[in-house]
Design a protein around this ligand. Structure first.
Ligand code: LLP
Length: 427
């Protein structure tokens, strides 16, 4: 459920008509709903209610907007980050270092130093060379780095190949067969304090079965370690729960409550017995339906047997369709009459690539130049993956709260864009 609804025939973000935002800020623009962000965080958190010791660390890569992070920080959320930049975003939004989990397969010693300085909750370490590097950094600083080893459970997440991370052929995690050895090595390292195990098997999962299989593997691993006298303070299950992108289908991804039941069945008694904390790293589930990309139709072009809807947003603003053939519902801001004739459009942007296509032969009501349209479910991996390709200004962001809204990231001016470049004086 989200708060982008038609009222009196006009699409609103909460109580703000989207046309008002387009008027004030221009298009394209990302618009986020505070109430939706809050609702999704709460629904997810409540789904895990059977784990009293839990921390929900929002995956900042899904949406790094300081305003969105500040909304979540106020609810008590932690952050899952994969770079110093994301770490700094979390801190700037009011999420303290002790609520930050530092993930990622290629953390540099500088990033490790930064994490330690900020009192990071835990580094999720993905290889023995990384463990050694972290040990060296920690020893140099005279501290012990809290570490969870990310295991690769070799489970097929049954999602898009580019966002599947839990198979042995993926670059992520330490193979389950090597975890015990890595734990032993960690125990001998003076700069490492082993806190637990972590995993993340992929994103946009629409089936609970891979989660169940992966959690069961984590449980087995944790039990084996326990039998060796190694107790774990934390089990980190990663993120990955999918969201509905296509309103026209009735196939809905599992609910957080059902996800919580799967976690409970696999790990509930174990964590209660051992006192371990559960950590979760949802990104998409919290942010996706809390954001839309608002765009304007620039031209409607009749091609040979095809009609192109040319928008002022492009693949650089919302990369998911070009990169993953992802579907995003597209809706007119002015509600179409029920009897409007529906016809196919190829929905494209102005970027000079054939791949700059949001949708092929998409059934839509009649649209004309100047009309406003909204891509739904664009709050996760939308703005955070945007670029200035074709020197298109980075798409701005707006946060709506009831009947008020604020520009939370203004559109850069062309002067700002050009002023970042330098021409060497020897040219
Ligand atoms: N934790 C780790 C270690 C991750 O790598 C990810 C996402 C998450 C948590 C959050 O997963 P989520 O709950 O959002 O599924 N750009 C792609 C998605 C890439 C996801 C990468 N890792 C897309 O637009 O679909």
């Amino acid at each position: 459920m989200d708060h982008f609804l038609y009222k009196n025939g006009v699409l609103h973000a909460e109580d703000v008509p989207l046309a008002e935002i387009a008027e004030a800020v221009g298009t394209p623009v990302y618009v986020y709903s505070r109430a939706t962000l809050e609702r999704h965080y709460r629904v997810f958190d409540e789904g895990l209610a059977s784990f009293p010791k839990r921390i929900v660390c929002f995956a900042v890569k899904a949406n790094g907007s300081l305003a969105a992070l500040a909304v979540l920080a106020k609810l008590g959320a932690g952050a899952d980050v994969v770079s110093e930049g994301e770490f700094r975003r979390a801190l700037a939004a009011g999420i303290p270092g002790e609520k930050v989990i530092f993930s990622g397969v290629g953390k540099t010693p500088d990033e490790m130093r930064f994490g330690l300085e900020q009192g990071v909750r835990q580094f999720n370490v993905e290889s023995e060379p990384e463990l050694e590097a972290l040990n060296a950094v920690a020893v140099q600083r005279g501290v012990k780095a809290p570490v969870a080893l990310r295991m690769n459970p070799d489970v097929d997440a049954k999602t898009h190949a580019k966002i599947s991370t839990g198979k042995s052929e993926n670059k992520f995690g330490i193979p389950a067969s090597q975890i015990a050895e890595a734990v032993r090595r960690a125990a001998q390292m003076p700069g490492i304090r082993l806190t637990g195990l972590a995993m993340h098997i992929g994103s946009q999962l629409t089936d609970l079965e891979p989660f169940a299989a992966a959690f069961a593997r984590m449980r087995r691993m944790a039990e084996d370690l326990r039998a060796e006298g190694i107790s774990l303070e934390r089990l980190d299950l990663g993120g990955g729960l999918g969201v509905p992108y296509e309103g026209r289908t009735n196939v809905l991804p599992p609910l957080p409550l059902d996800y919580g039941r799967v976690a409970e069945a696999a790990l509930g008694d174990f964590v209660r017995e051992t006192g371990a904390e559960l950590a979760l790293e949802p990104g998409r589930l919290i942010a996706a339906n809390a954001g839309i990309l608002l765009s304007r139709v620039v031209y409607v072009k009749q091609g040979e047997g095809r009609r192109f809807l040319i928008l002022d947003s492009a693949m650089n603003d919302l990369m998911r369709p070009a990169m993953y053939d992802a579907w995003h519902d597209l809706v007119p801001v002015k509600e179409a009459p029920l009897d409007a004739p529906i016809g196919p459009y190829d929905v494209v942007g102005p970027v000079c690539e054939t791949g700059d296509r949001f949708a092929e032969q998409r059934p839509l009501p009649p649209l004309v130049a100047g009309d406003l349209v909204a891509f739904r479910t664009a709050g996760a991996y939308g703005a955070s993956m945007a670029s200035e390709y074709n020197t298109r200004p980075l798409v701005p962001e707006v946060l709506v709260d009831g009947d008020r809204f604020a520009v939370t990231r203004p559109r850069p001016t062309y002067d700002e864009i050009l002023s970042r470049d330098r021409i060497p004086d020897w040219l």
